[in-house]
Design a protein around this ligand. Structure first.
Ligand code: ADP
Length: 165
């Protein structure tokens, strides 16, 4: 039987840290379903379609990655897709508290579910989508932050498009 994991997140935008978690996850799983949250309640910088597209482009060459949108409870998606493993990344101790809480609540709602955590590689542990978003905003006002340090080419390409975030 194929081992499949769901890697859920907002990916606003996808960063080198996310890409690394997915690539390392593929050493353990035959397939990873990247579930991009619609983020109801938050106002993402990149609309869902763009976030999906950037993740898809980042993994355009891999048939082991499936990218899907999702809204609502992750456990519902897991039941619908019949997948029992959630993949998450942990950067610092501040991630741990939140991630453990999510993992416990998901397991309480769906006892079959296991969450597997991968520790961020040291070179990526300080990369966060929220700081990337701050740099994007500052670049729009004339700063020249080198975003390629933090995000894959797919995000750089999206930022080149006129009228885009
Ligand atoms: P969410 O809104 O669900 O936290 P994110 O897109 O911010 O969505 O993150 C998705 C997952 O990726 C989370 O488990 C998060 O801890 C992890 N993650 C985010 N940035 C990194 C990084 N630089 N290295 C490793 N894991 C990361």
């Amino acid at each position: 039987m194929k081992e499949i994991a769901v890697y859920p997140g907002t990916f606003d935008p996808i960063t080198h840290g996310h890409v690394d978690i997915i690539q390392r996850g593929l050493r353990m799983f035959d397939k990873i379903v990247v579930a991009v949250s619609t983020s109801a309640g938050k106002v993402p910088l990149f609309p869902l379609a763009e976030r999906l597209n950037m993740v898809q482009q980042a993994f355009a060459d891999s048939s082991y990655i499936q990218v899907i949108p999702f809204s609502g409870l992750l456990v519902d998606l897991m039941r619908d897709q019949q997948i029992n493993v959630i993949l998450r990344g942990i950067r610092t101790s501040s991630d741990i508290e939140h991630e453990f809480q999510l993992a416990d609540m998901n397991q309480q709602m769906h006892a079959e579910i296991e969450t597997v955590f991968l520790k961020a590689m040291p070179r990526y542990m300080n990369i966060s989508s929220s700081i990337v978003r701050e740099i994007i905003k500052m670049n729009k006002e004339g700063s020249r932050g080198d975003l390629s340090l933090f995000v894959p080419q797919a995000v750089m390409d999206a930022l080149q498009q006129p009228q885009k975030s």
